[in-house]
Each structure stands twice: as structure tokens, then as C-alpha cells.
Ligand binder design. Structure first.
Ligand code: WTA
Length: 692
């Protein structure tokens, strides 16, 4: 009864099947170098023969089992980890259908474990103590450091002991606001070790955004550093934290402890503003604690972390992930989607402030005992060759990044790439937004020398791990397609009525039944969880993305279908940007849409109606952009402010964004029916003001 399974079976993927798959197998076996044929890009025979999953048939066999016997499939994998006590008799207990009651997802309930133990102690005990866990590369070339698995464990224990000492207990929240120093994954793992719930806030968020998150989760402590260098500029993070803590205090949430890492190269201790009694230097206390720390064992369904993400309306949502299922899922997806081998050196360019840094900088790789490169700086500092310099320096074999970086490096020219060897690379990965076929081909041909398969991984903060992704040795790839579902994932494409569509089609991407890495709720708001994700199409998890499936069953993500925009792979809710704009006293109303952007994927385009009598000026434009930087962060700053004497609204007052999107992208002949507008004339006014 699984549509996807029926679909792949009907599309010649079975071993006995004739048609293109046998043709492809012939090509795979006959060619040592990848070739492009019928838009397919094939892994080399050499790659496929050593891969963890080597053929479509092998994938299909495993996939079938994962769907037909999820309990058996996932408990076999889970058994490879350490459980203090095995889970109860139900591997998965779920209700995915709002019509049958509250949504509930539980995996391995009753199982007692600890993810930090599984990332560190288990690997050290297995003899990986001297293996490099982290290669840290600083913003300034030449500045670096390493930690073996044993050293990492010791440092994590020291921080865990400190947190316990200041009274952080199982279930307490801790906010981490750090750049990509080693201390960031260390702090995450330390929380996990004692059962505390970390909430990492990307260090590009403003004080107001940080305050919002502090107020929502009421942490026992905030962990930060005094400053960070971005490119050649120093940013005083501690000042931002101070402002956020003050703001929270005014909203009734006080912070007693702020642990501050002294980032000497960015700012000296003496120059850091300080609040005695509350602030404490990391370097003054952490080294004094013992390097061993007992583990707080937790239930598989105890919370592991909260990560705030943008939705189409309202304030950011606290996506809550629990321990056991997330552990099993991130480890497994990492292993298969990147064809991970113990000899790999893995580098993911994402920041731990986003889900990618949680699942695929910290947990997924470390659960596999992998060596991870953590890079502090900007990918084009001091020049556009930095990434490949780092790849060569550490002999990186798996390189995982976002399409926006690929496009920006592509624009800077091949010479920055080709002057480095890159011969260590064997797998490339992409995440965050659809990768356009031309960027895909550049990544493949130029960066990977037409040798490395690309895993274009589709997933979300909510899904915890990869959902639709190539398995690099198994699949012929198509540039721009995320290909097929991961084990245990049942993607369906539905029409606006929620009816599943089969075969070649396009529509809304939903998921049927749960998978171990799924989020369990929105912190403090289970109702919003149900309304946002499970009510739009009863019986399914609704992703918010559009998707089409081609004649060969490949999935092509087409972007968000809600009011969320994706700027350089960062999710931004249009409502949040609008609310920041209207907080400016001279802004009466604002409507924000996404427009295509050559490098960022989407750019932020804001229509702004000013308060009566206020003249349009460059200064006001700058001020409005500043308001957004202040309330959300620099990464959410609008690319364009378009003056709007009025906004196109229906008679019931609803803003017609469809029309605004067309105006923003200058597709004026596609405005469609404007007769239902309360005042059709506003459209002409907007067009006239397009270039002012
Ligand atoms: C988009 C990031 C196409 C998508 C892991 C999704 C993608 C949102 C891809 C989630 C991809 C992510 N192809 N689109 N490979 N990966 N997206 O929560 O719109 O920051 O809904 O998680 O990014 O963004 P989030």
C-alpha cells in the first residue's frame, strides 16, 4: 500500500526489470569514469563497487524492508548503539492522523541511553581514542587546532561537570550563542551528557531575536564568547548577549549565569563589558573541573534539543527533538547518504546554529566516529580559494555545503578552484535549497573533477535528518534532483485537496508515517505543531515544500509553497521581516516576498507603505533595512525596498502576494486577474514606482 514503493517497482527498478536501469547498470559496469547520458550522471564502477549501497537493487531491498518492517529495520540499527536498557516492546508508537486524536510520535520508548556517551565514550572504548574528532580551522589562515576523541571527551566532561555544579539538571534548557569554535560542539555534547536541553542560537541573530528565544525557553545558563572575527571585522557577541539578557529580564526571565569563552584573537578580556556575579570566563573555571563525568542516562523520548526556526506566521517555532530516534536516524543517514567510511575526513560548512550543524557537524558524524573539520570563518576569506585550501590541507574526502556557496564560488571563476589539487575529495553534498542544474554541473565537473557523486539532501529542521537524498554509489543521478527517499521515509505528493497523486506529477510534498528523526512537538505549543504540520492534509506530515516527480520516479524539490523564504539556505518567515519593518515608526504597512536571486537563491523584496506625509528617501530606506538587521539579524536584511502607496488587497483585506511576487520579479504580463482587488489601481502605482 505504499505508493512510492509501488511506483518504483513499476518503474523498472526491479532486478528483473528491463529498460533504463539495466542500461544504466551496463554503463556503470562498463565505464570507469562518469558519463552523462539522458541527463543521468553515474557513479564510477570503482566508486559503486566499494559503496555502502552499491546498486538500485540493493537500495530497493533495504528500502522495502524499512517500509514493510520498520520495527525490525530500525531496531537492528539501534542495537549497534549503547543502551543502558533496551526499549520496550514497541519500537514505534505513533498517531499521524489528527482525525484520530492528538499527534504522537515515539521511537524506542523505554530505552535508556545517552547520545553523548554514544558519540564519545563508546568510540573511545572501541579504540578510537587517538583518532582526530575535530580539525578546527580558524578564520585566519594558519590558525588551527585538533582534538582527538579522548581529548574531546575530557573537555566535554569538564563543561558537563561545571554545568552540574551551577545547578543545571536533566530537562533544563541551556542557550548556546557561539560561533564555530570547538567550544560550540563541546557545549552541545556537555548538555547532552547531563540530560540538559540545548538550544543553540545562530550567532548571526540579533539581540532581540536572542531575547525572544531566551524568553521562550527560560534557560538556566547562556554560553557565549566575547567576540568573533568575521572576515577582517570583529563582532562583539557579548554586547549582543548583554542586551538580550537585559531585554529578557524586562520580560520576567532572568539569567543567573553567563559563561563566556575568551576569544583572544578577536577581543581582549579587559575590553569586554562585564557583569560581576553573573558573567564568568570559560577559561577561568572549565579547566579546573575533572576530565571525567558520569553520564545522566535518559529515556529515548527525553528531549535532546530545541532549535528555533521560522514559520510562515508568528514568532519562531521551538522545534523539539528527542534522544533515541534522533540518534539512530542522524547516524544512519550520515553513513549512507555520504557513503561514510572510517578513513573519511568530513567537512560540512554549515554553522551549528542551524539544524545542519546539529545533525551533520556534531551528532551524525560523531556517532560514526568520524573526523570532522570545523571551520570558523567565511568561505571566501581571505579569497575565494579558501575552501579548496582547507580541503587540501586536511585531505577532506566528503565536502557538504549549500547551493548558495556553490553559486557564489562559481561566479568568482574556476581559477580559484583549479589551482588546488582537491584529489582527496570523493563525495560532495548539497543542502538548504534546490540546487539548480547549472550549479550542480559546476560543482560536479569543476570542484569534483567529474569524479565525485553529489548527495543533494532534502530535509528540514523538523525532520532531524535527510529525507530524500541520493545514496551516492547506488543511484544514477540527475543534476538538480534529490532523487529518492531515505530508508523508512514515505514521501507522497498530494494535490490541494490532500489526495495522493501517483506517477509523473507535481504538488505538495507530504510524508506518510513517522521516521525516527522526526520532531516530536513545538516547544510549549503542541497545538501549533498539529495545526501547522498535520492539519493541512490529514493523515500526513506537510513539509511546506512543493515537489514534482518525473517519469523515472526522481523527486525535484521546487521550493516553499508557504510564506517562508529561503535566503542563502536560511529560512526566513516573511511575517517576521514584515513585523520588523512596521516596528519602524514611519512604516505603516509592509509586505515581503521572495524573488529569484542569482547567488542567494532567493532575495528579500519588501513593499513598504509609509505613514502619511513621510517623503520617500534613501535615508529611510537604510533605516528600514537597519530595523530588520536589528530585530532579526544581518542575514535577513531586505535586498530591495519598493515604495508602495498602497498594497494589492482583496475586498476582505487580504494582501495578494501572488501579484506582489509578479511585480517584484518584473513579470508584468503575468499579473493574472486583478479584478478581485479592492482597488485595482494600486497595481499600476506599484509598477510606476518599480525603479524609484
Ligand atoms: C529547503 C535545512 C531543495 C526546503 C536542512 C526545506 C531544500 C527548507 C533542500 C528547510 C534540498 C533544504 N533541495 N530544498 N536539498 N534542503 N531545502 O529547516 O524548502 O533550515 O523546507 O533545514 O529548506 O530548511 P531548514
Amino acid at each position: 500500500t505504499n505508493n512510492f514503493l509501488r511506483h518504483v517497482e513499476s518503474m523498472k527498478l526491479l532486478p528483473s526489470g528491463a529498460g533504463h536501469i539495466s542500461h544504466l547498470n551496463a554503463v556503470i559496469l562498463g565505464e570507469s569514469l562518469a558519463t552523462e547520458e539522458d541527463d543521468f550522471v553515474l557513479p564510477s564502477q570503482d566508486f559503486a563497487s566499494k559503496a555502502n549501497v552499491q546498486s538500485p537493487e540493493q537500495y530497493l531491498k533495504m528500502y522495502k524492508r524499512s517500509i514493510e518492517d520498520p520495527a525490525g529495520f530500525w531496531s537492528d540499527i539501534a542495537s549497534e548503539f549503547y543502551w543502558k536498557q533496551r526499549w520496550g516492546n514497541k519500537v514505534c508508537d505513533e498517531n499521524f492522523d489528527v482525525r484520530k486524536g492528538n499527534i504522537k510520535i515515539e521511537w524506542f520508548k523505554g530505552g535508556i541511553t545517552n547520545i553523548c556517551y554514544n558519540c564519545l565514550d563508546r568510540n573511545v572504548e572501541a579504540g578510537l581514542g587517538d583518532k582526530i574528532a575535530i580539525y578546527w580551522e580558524g578564520n585566519e589562515p594558519g590558525l588551527d587546532g585538533t582534538l582527538t576523541y579522548s581529548q574531546l571527551l575530557q573537555q566535554v566532561c569538564q563543561v558537563a561537570n561545571y554545568l552540574k555544579d551551577i545547578g543545571v539538571k536533566k530537562g533544563d534548557a541551556v542557550i548556546i550563542y557561539l560561533p564555530m569554535l570547538m567550544e560550540l560542539p563541546i557545549a552541545m555534547l556537555a548538555c547532552a551528557r547531563i540530560g540538559a536541553v540545548h538550544s543553540v542560537v545562530f550567532a548571526g541573530f540579533s539581540a532581540e531575536s536572542l531575547a525572544q528565544r531566551i524568553i521562550d525557553c527560560k534557560p538556566k545558563a547562556v554560553i557565549t564568547c566575547n567576540a568573533v572575527k568575521r572576515g577582517s571585522k570583529a563582532i562583539h557577541l557579548k554586547d549582543i548577549v548583554d542586551a538580550a539578557i537585559n531585554d529578557s529580564a524586562q520580560n520576567g526571565v532572568s539569567i543567573d549565569v553567563c559563561l563566556v569563552y575568551e576569544n583572544l584573537l578577536a577581543l581582549k578580556r579587559e575590553a569586554t563589558k562585564w557583569k560581576e556575579g553573573r558573567d564568568i570566563w570559560w577559561q577561568d573555571v572549565i579547566p579546573k573541573y575533572p576530565t571525567t563525568c558520569s553520564v545522566d542516562w535518559v529515556d529515548a523520548e527525553d528531549p535532546l534539543f530545541l532549535l528555533y526556526t521560522s514559520g510562515s506566521t508568528g514568532k519562531p517555532k521551538g522545534v523539539l527533538h528527542t534522544t533515541g530516534g534522533y540518534m539512530v536516524y542522524t547516524a544512519t543517514t550520515f553513513k549512507y547518504a555520504f557513503d561514510y567510511k572510517p578513513s573519511d575526513i568530513y567537512w560540512c560548512t554549515a554553522d551549528c546554529g542551524w539544524i545542519t550543524g546539529h545533525s551533520y557537524v556534531t551528532y551524525g558524524p560523531m556517532l560514526n566516529g568520524a573526523t570532522v573539520v570545523v571551520y570558523e570563518g567565511a568561505p571566501n576569506y581571505p579569497d575565494s580559494g579558501r575552501c579548496w585550501d582547507i580541503v587540501d590541507k586536511y585531505k577532506v574526502t566528503i565536502f557538504y555545503t549549500a547551493p548558495t556557496l556553490v553559486r557564489s564560488l562559481m561566479r568568482d571563476g574556476d581559477a580559484f578552484v583549479t589551482c588546488y589539487s582537491r584529489k582527496s575529495l570523493r563525495v560532495l553534498g548539497s543542502v538548504g535549497e534546490p540546487i539548480n542544474p547549472s550549479a550542480w554541473r559546476w560543482f560536479y565537473n569543476v570542484v569534483g573533477d567529474s569524479r565525485c557523486p553529489i548527495s543533494d539532501t532534502w530535509w528540514q529542521t523538523e525532520t532531524g535528518g535527510f529525507m530524500i537524498t541520493p545514496l551516492p554509489g547506488a543511484w544514477p543521478q540527475k543534476p538538480g534532483s534529490a532523487t529518492f527517499p531515505f530508508f523508512g521515509v514515505q514521501p507522497v505528493i498530494v494535490d490541494e485537496k490532500g489526495v495522493e497523486i501517483e506517477g509523473e506529477c507535481s504538488g505538495y510534498l507530504c510524508i506518510k508515517n513517522s521516521w525516527p528523526g522526526a520532531f516530536r512537538t513545538l516547544y510549549g505549543d503542541h497545538e501549533r505543531y498539529e495545526t501547522t504540520y498535520f492539519k493541512p492534509f490529514s493523515g500526513y506530515y506537510f513539509s511546506g515544500d512543493g515537489c514534482s516527480r518525473d517519469k523515472d520516479g526522481y523527486h525535484w524539490l521546487t521550493g516553499r509553497v508557504d510564506d517562508v523564504i529561503n535566503v542563502s539556505g536560511h529560512r526566513i518567515g516573511t511575517a517576521e521581516v514584515e513585523s520588523a519593518l512596521v516596528s519602524h515608526p514611519q512604516c505603516a504597512e509592509a509586505a515581503v516576498v521572495g524573488v529569484e536571486h542569482e547567488v542567494k537563491g532567493q532575495g528579500i523584496y519588501a513593499f513598504v507603505t509609509v505613514v502619511d506625509g513621510v517623503p520617500y528617501s534613501e535615508e529611510l530606506r537604510k533605516d528600514l533595512v537597519l530595523a530588520v538587521r536589528k530585530q532579526i539579524g544581518a542575514f535577513a536584511a531586505p535586498d530591495k525596498i519598493h515604495w508602495a502607496p498602497g498594497l494589492p488587497k482583496t475586498r476582505s483585506g487580504k494582501i495578494m502576494r501572488r501579484i506582489l511576487r509578479k511585480i517584484a520579479s518584473k513579470q508584468l504580463d503575468e499579473l493574472g486577474d486583478t479584478s478581485t482587488l479592492a482597488d485595482p489601481n494600486v497595481v499600476n502605482q506599484l509598477i510606476e514606482l518599480s525603479d524609484s
